[in-house]
Design a protein around this ligand. Structure first.
Ligand code: HEM
Length: 351
């Protein structure tokens, strides 16, 4: 009762978030209707003709393009791909992304930020040297551009074509495609460098299981053991190392169609690419939330390179025990930055 009275605005926001999430879901279902697109893309082809093509019949105007012929008006497997993409991948992708946003908003409104339990000591530990910060932010920025352009390629026509008209929409979608195609391989290479640089700290350990059992200590007080990377970070790492690499590999198949891969291979690559990328985009919201609004003092590690001892003790106690002797005062950190210009003092990366 107290909570309701004192935090009325929170509940209002919560109701709004729920309504917005439902609206988002409805939009996904309504817009990704393959038949709607079909009426403008190929108005003369109906279900009977598809049945004839699939059964191997040929007609005056149609024949499966996989048949030995130059007369390639209709590609039957292409129609299956289109159905998969428009009926399943697009709408469920939106639902997963919208659902994730809804869950994060609810979590923030009900549980709120994880604050430091002890006051800051003012003594700092180097967590992310300049090279790792530059790598992280390059990968993160590219990921965000790829996510936005990718979402535009998949859903943009339902929103921006009507809003801005064909000419502007045409420019939007072709620039999205160019950016996506050129930045994709750069992202792929940098992500592999990031994954290789972090593998040692992300090998699974027994205490990670405990971390998951206790929900990472995100709710309430209480500590959970964690080394340099905690269970949640390791899960994000391994998701990138598996699904992320699959998305990159399928992206290369799509980006370089000049290696003899056939249409069917490209269609499979497209579905794998879209499902993986939409899933990663949804999970990335969780990562971004935890790194910013969700946890006090996490972001400063990735911006300045240094974290406060209090944060290290609460979130990465096993790492803290390894590196606590290397803590510096704020003046020492400032002096380091002054002399080195990078904020990277003596290495305090874990063993
Ligand atoms: C604006 C977006 C982002 C923010 C604010 C953000 C923030 C952060 C922060 C604060 C950390 C350090 C956590 C710690 O010290 O324990 C971190 C680590 C990390 N981030 Fe991000 N990040 C963003 C986007 C991304 C993206 C898009 C990716 C990958 C595609 C990514 C991959 C990683 C990885 C792999 C780590 C290391 C986790 C580990 O050690 O396993 N980040 N991020």
């Amino acid at each position: 009762m107290n909570l309701i009275r004192s935090d009325l605005w929170r509940w209002l926001c919560l109701a709004l978030a729920l309504v917005a999430t439902l609206g988002f879901t409805q939009l996904a279902m309504a817009q990704a209707d393959p038949e709607r697109e079909m009426t403008t893309a190929a108005p003369a082809i109906d279900a009977d003709q598809w049945r004839q093509v699939r059964s191997g019949e040929t007609g005056a105007n149609y024949r499966d393009s996989r048949a030995e012929s130059n007369y390639n008006l209709i590609n039957s497997s292409g129609e299956s791909w289109r159905q998969w993409r428009n009926r399943w991948v697009s709408p469920f992708g939106l639902i997963v992304i919208g659902g994730m946003i809804g869950i994060i908003v609810l979590f923030y409104l009900i549980i709120g930020r994880k604050d430091l339990e002890e006051p800051r000591t003012g003594r700092k530990l180097l967590r992310w040297p300049l090279f790792m910060r530059a790598l992280h932010w390059s990968v993160a920025s590219l990921f965000i551009v790829l996510a936005l352009t990718g979402l535009n390629l998949l859903f943009g026509k339902f929103v921006f074509r009507g809003l801005f008209g064909d000419a502007f929409w045409g420019w939007m979608v072709s620039s999205s495609k160019l950016l996506h195609n050129y930045l994709g391989p750069i992202f792929g290479i940098l992500l592999v460098v990031l994954l290789v640089s972090l593998i040692k700290d992300n090998l699974p350990k027994k205490h990670d299981l405990e971390w998951f059992k206790k929900g990472g200590g995100m709710v309430g007080k209480g500590h959970v053991d964690a080394g340099f990377a905690n269970g949640g970070e390791k899960a994000w790492y391994w998701l990138l190392a598996t699904v992320g690499l699959l998305v990159i590999a399928s992206g290369f198949v799509l980006d370089f169609p000049n290696f003899g891969q056939g249409r069917d291979t490209m269609q499979w690559a497209n579905i794998i690419h879209a499902v993986g990328a939409l899933g990663l985009t949804a999970v990335s919201f969780g990562h971004i939330y935890i790194g910013t609004l969700g946890t006090e003092a996490s972001l400063e590690g990735m911006t300045t390179g240094y974290v406060d001892e209090a944060w290290a003790k609460e979130h990465h106690n096993l790492w803290y025990e390894e590196v606590k002797d290397q803590a510096l005062s704020e003046e020492e950190v400032a002096a380091q930055k002054g002399t080195k210009g990078s904020g990277d003092a003596a290495p305090s990366q874990p063993s």
